[in-house]
Write a protein that binds this ligand. Structure first.
Ligand code: SF4
Length: 289
């Protein structure tokens, strides 16, 4: 029996750095507020909450004064920084550098080309997208699906960006669709701002999933890259299962399998994938007794 934990799965550098920042702060103070889940993984959030991290909502932020608040890797709109400053709140900024760079690029574009429409390919309401749209005084147009393309005025210049965790193929398709509608093709500029930490995992995961009989994909249910990367495994291997914790693994899932691969999202800690692999080992040994 072969059980393999994928070496390339697990936290991306942005998430590692945010968690390190939180842990560093918690060494010198008993608690620290974090605006939103620090990572879309409830088990890891719980581990940090046990160390003193307190997850708060935007409404909670409005009630705080003279304290410290950590901003997670997804980033925040300028209004969050303004609110914090007005309430004496010190920000521990764990925005991923890749997201910060994208925010800056969108802000510059908005300021230097006021006649252009900023279009962001991304998920409505996702924290990163809220942070990106905030760079444009909420003027940017968010497009999640092709059927939303009628929001764009094709007689005017368009500058197309992407949320960092979207699919490269979908971005290409969307760019082509927009290009075909433009009155003047030269008015369209597209910027593929997808983070390769996610995109580069796709070919690897395809290969990983297809060389195992069964794949256990470990991720929190709220993780958008978790859903996307699980979809990649499922396409490559129909016996791919989405699990959030070791208890989700059942003997039925493993039935007849000789090779089991355990992998996960960019928000999945390695220790969690290892726990799932251990659960597989103990389920298999109890089946053979
Ligand atoms: S996926 Fe990329 S952009 Fe997002 S937090 Fe990780 S490193 Fe940063």
């Amino acid at each position: 029996m072969n059980i393999e934990v994928d070496k390339e799965s697990g936290f991306c550098p942005g998430v590692v750095s945010a968690i390190r920042k939180a842990e560093g702060e918690l060494q010198t103070r008993s608690s620290l507020y974090c605006l939103g889940d620090i990572v879309h993984n409830s088990v890891e959030v719980k581990r940090l909450e046990d160390q003193g991290l307190v997850t708060i909502s935007r409404d909670d932020l409005c009630t705080l004064r003279d304290t410290k608040v950590l901003l997670r890797a997804h980033g925040e709109p300028p209004s969050t920084y303004q609110l914090a400053a007005s309430q004496g709140i010190e920000i521990v900024d764990a925005t991923c550098p890749v997201v910060l760079k994208l925010q800056k690029k969108i802000r510059n574009m908005y300021e230097t080309e006021p006649e252009a429409q900023i279009v962001i390919f991304g998920k409505h309401g996702h924290a990163e997208v809220v942070g990106l749209v905030g760079q444009t005084h909420n003027m940017a147009i968010v497009v999640e699906h092709e059927n939303e393309l009628d929001k764009i005025d094709y007689s005017r210049p368009v500058r197309l960006f992407s949320q960092t965790t979207m699919s490269v193929d979908q971005f290409k398709r969307l760019s082509e669709e927009i290009a075909s509608k433009m009155h003047c093709p030269a008015d369209l500029q597209t910027y593929d701002t997808i983070c390769r930490q996610v995109a580069n995992r796709i070919p690897h995961l395809r290969e990983f999933a297809s060389r195992h009989d069964v794949v256990l994909f470990v991720s929190g249910r709220k993780s958008s890259n978790g859903k996307a990367l699980y979809g990649v495994c499922k396409e490559a291997n129909d016996r791919s299962y989405f699990v959030s914790q070791p208890q989700d693994v059942t003997a039925d899932m493993l039935s007849g399998a000789e090779s089991i691969g355990v992998c996960g999202a960019t928000s999945t800690p390695r220790w969690q994938m290892e726990q799932v692999a251990e659960e597989v080992g103990s389920l298999l040994s109890s089946c053979h007794q």
